[in-house]
Design a protein around this ligand. Structure first.
Ligand code: ZN
Ligand code: ZN
Ligand code: FE
Length: 765
């Protein structure tokens, strides 16, 4: 059998050359084909279950007068069709062009086999023997058909909060085991009523084998009313709502006192909150939304999309006061639709936890953990198997740049070009995800979070055992980061399995190469905040020549000292102080900034100066993330990172609509001329927007300089710094205009959420 791997959008894979007997077969058989019956076996891999694929195949085959069968196996979807050869070819084409919207086909295999004279087309029951590589589908936002029924008083599911069909509804968060059949989901507790059963068993119904099918008679129920919840929200109360991937905390986004209470109770001081808007129309009143962003908002994943807020709206000042963006999502479950229909105003919708803890999923657990935050609980009795936060995306290079990959995306497999050994990759420490490799497929877990607390480490361990159990996976190798202090590394060391320790920035670019099916050699540009370097210093401004599994560090940022080490990650002004100290000598001063009054700059300065002068507690770094912190401070934009990447985000946002080709000198990654120029511009009264743009442009020139010197034509961008849209888009455009091909992330985040994929990929070489 011949196999072809390809991305979700296919077409070419359906050409005959991929079939086992190739073109010559067709020529020889051409005359016979018109009369004799042929049989074609098609196997589809990817996200092909739980999306109405079998009924679709049934309808298509029946309509075309073909016989045979279709079944779900643990490896994918298998179809055998019998009929005239040209009809079978046509069937195969239509299979691709008309397949269910929610499906993702990663591999299509076709094989001619002997006709067996079958007389009708059947849907066979699932086969569970083969290896478990089928993709479990992510949770899908409510489809338009179900939404219509939800608001149709004549429909039996009018206002039923758990309405779903084969095109929509929960998947990953309710599946206990695969294959994805009702007895393997948390819906097994609910016995279908006669009406629902008839829908479930009728291949012509859009709920045929919709595993979570339910109605007010037989399905899950709420413990309270939507009207009461909406009334509480209007009163400024905090509601804990059991959603799809866990509990959410909701509050009226227009009431600053209510938002402040949520911040205080959740211990979340400044990190921005996301909003759920009643509709796209309402969202437009608050944000600038491009057509591509509309597509993201309305996609089946229905993620939080970072948008540009409009000035002077009634959103409370403290919803996202430290961020230039508003994170916005639309209702994605019937329950959310009903609540938002009742509220008709924007809600803060944040994960149901205390800061730095995992999201609550079970009812009793949520009451115990959230009772000191929420004033009221709106829950239901459909169990959630695993926690899955809302995903976060930002439009970058015209498509979704995933910043947090969870609900709606996880656990779709990422198809890579080579066969991997059974490796478990445990990821980094911040924004952790884990991954397992099954053949050519890597399953990356949903976002787990920072591994700083015991609770988070528990969630990390649960995610590993869950993923392994779901795919009946026995790891033989564990891949981890080089950093000895990462909780994930320590877990790997204690696992008792053979260990593969991989350099952080190498894993970053490997992840991007893996998901782009890219062969080495390539130039990897790996820029982030912090990662353990081979020499024990903190890396983060690296250029690698990657060849096979080896990398050569061809260039890096000129190192500088971080006074206080990790403390400097939160206190970006320390990086600024260090660069000024080296550039201008011990008498340099940190420019005044907006919040300088709250600190004790004079005292702090003398302490830092002492540290720098004597090299006490100063760690060397090549991190571009820390350089961003320094420039943000010198520009007067931010002295601190209240959350990871905040200063860099604010600096990027300063650029606004300014377009300039001017750039600071930055040859060889030497920041000294750059710092001198920034200070000169500051003294001359240059606006922050210009300084910010010239800084970003300098980074781009440096990438071009290194790329031009290596002779490598393929360039890969990865690392948290490439969450920066201006930098990523400008660097990609300029490199491509110089003949380079630039690869950026599509399926996993450029930040440490992508590390696990890179680790898994590297275990294969
Ligand atoms: Zn639906
Ligand atoms: Zn029912
Ligand atoms: Fe990183």
């Amino acid at each position: 059998m011949k196999t072809t791997a390809f991305k979700a959008v296919i077409g070419s894979a359906f050409s005959r050359k991929h079939r086992i007997n190739g073109g010559s077969f067709h020529q020889i058989m051409a005359v016979e084909a018109k009369t004799a019956l042929q049989r074609l076996r098609i196997t589809l891999h990817g996200a092909v279950q739980g999306v109405g694929f079998r009924p679709f195949v049934y309808r298509l085959a029946t309509e075309m007068g073909l016989t045979g069968w279709v079944l779900n196996s643990s490896a994918g979807l298998v179809v055998e069709v019998e009929g005239a050869a040209d009809q079978l070819t046509h069937f195969e084409q239509r299979l691709e062009t008309e397949r269910p919207k929610a499906s993702v086909v990663t591999v299509h295999e076709a094989e001619w086999i002997a006709a067996d004279g079958s007389t009708r087309f059947e849907i066979h029951s699932s086969d569970t023997d083969s290896g478990k590589t089928v993709n479990v589908l992510p949770d899908l936002a409510t489809c338009s058909d179900c939404r219509e029924e939800l608001f149709d008083p004549a429909n039996r599911r009018f206002q039923y909060p758990f309405t779903n069909c084969t095109n929509c509804g929960p998947r990953y968060t309710i599946v206990v085991d695969i294959p994805y059949d009702r007895p393997n989901t948390t819906m097994r507790e609910f016995v279908l009523c006669p009406d629902c059963r008839e829908e479930y068993e009728n291949p012509a119904n859009r709920r045929f084998h919709a595993q979570p099918n339910a109605c007010p008679v037989c399905g899950p129920k709420l413990n309270g009313t939507i009207e009461d919840a909406a009334e509480s929200l209007l009163q400024g109360e905090i509601i804990a709502l059991k959603g799809i991937g866990g509990f959410q905390l909701l509050v009226d986004a227009r009431q600053p006192a209510a938002v402040a209470r949520l911040r205080q109770r959740k211990h979340r001081e400044e990190k921005p909150f996301a909003l759920m808007m009643p509709s796209l129309e309402v969202a437009r009143e608050y944000c600038e939304i491009s057509p591509a962003e509309v597509q993201l908002l309305e996609s089946q994943a229905a993620p939080i999309v970072l948008l540009q807020p409009k000035p002077a709206t009634d959103i409370a000042w403290n919803v996202a006061h430290c961020s230039p963006y508003l994170g916005v999502m639309l209702p994605y479950s019937p329950l959310h639709h009903l609540l938002m229909e009742e509220c008709r105003f924007p809600l803060v919708a944040t994960s149901g936890n205390h800061s730095d803890e995992p999201i609550a999923i079970a009812n009793e657990e949520a009451i115990a953990r959230l009772k000191d935050i929420a004033d009221r609980f709106l829950m239901h009795n459909r169990p959630i198997v695993r926690a899955c936060d809302d995903s976060v995306v930002r439009l970058t290079r015209g498509r979704a740049g995933i910043l947090r990959r969870a609900r709606g995306y996880a656990p779709l497999g990422i198809r890579i070009r080579n066969h991997l050994p059974p490796v478990l990759a445990v990821g980094g420490h911040l924004k952790n995800t884990v991954a397992i490799a099954v053949g050519q497929e890597v399953f990356v877990s949903q976002h787990i979070g920072d591994l700083d607390t015991i609770e988070a480490r528990g969630a990390f361990e649960r995610a590993i055992s869950d993923l392994c159990r779901l795919y009946s996976f026995q790891p033989e190798i564990v891949a981890c980061d080089l950093h000895p202090d990462y909780a994930s590394t320590q877990w790997a060391e204690n696992s008792g399995l053979p260990l593969l320790r991989l350099q952080h920035h190498h894993a970053h670019v490997a992840a991007c190469a893996a998901e782009n099916n890219l062969d080495t050699p390539y130039l990897g540009v790996s820029w982030d905040g912090t990662g353990y370097g081979l020499d024990g210093t903190i890396w983060g401004g690296e250029f690698f020549r990657v060849e096979g599994n080896y990398f050569e560090r061809v260039a890096h940022l000129r190192p500088f000292g971080l006074p206080g080490g990790d403390v400097a990650v939160r206190e970006g002004w320390r990086s600024a102080a260090s660069l000024l100290f080296t550039t201008f000598g011990p008498d340099s001063q940190i420019p005044e900034t907006a919040d300088a009054a709250q600190e004790k700059p004079r005292f702090e300065n003398s302490r830092i100066r002492h540290m720098l002068e004597h090299g006490i507690n100063v760690v060397q770094t090549t991190s571009v993330g820390r350089l961003f912190d320094a420039v943000a401070c010198l520009t007067g934009v931010a002295r601190h990172n209240r959350f990871e990447g905040q200063a860099a985000m604010l600096l990027e946002n300063e650029i606004g609509r300014l377009r300039t080709e001017e750039a600071y000198p930055f040859s060889g990654g030497d920041w000294e001329p750059l710092i001198r120029a920034v200070i000169a511009d500051r003294r001359a009264g240059a606006p922050a927007s210009l300084i910010a743009a010239k800084f970003h442009n300098a980074l781009v020139s440096w990438i071009l300089e290194i790329a031009s010197s290596t002779g490598l034509k393929q360039v890969v961008f990865s690392g948290g710094v490439f969450q920066n849209r201006y930098l990523t888009e400008r660097a990609a455009a300029i490199l491509e205009s110089h003949g380079f091909t630039v690869y950026t992330h599509r399926q996993v985040p450029p930040n440490d959420g992508g590390i696990a994929l890179g680790q898994a990929f590297m275990a294969g070489k």
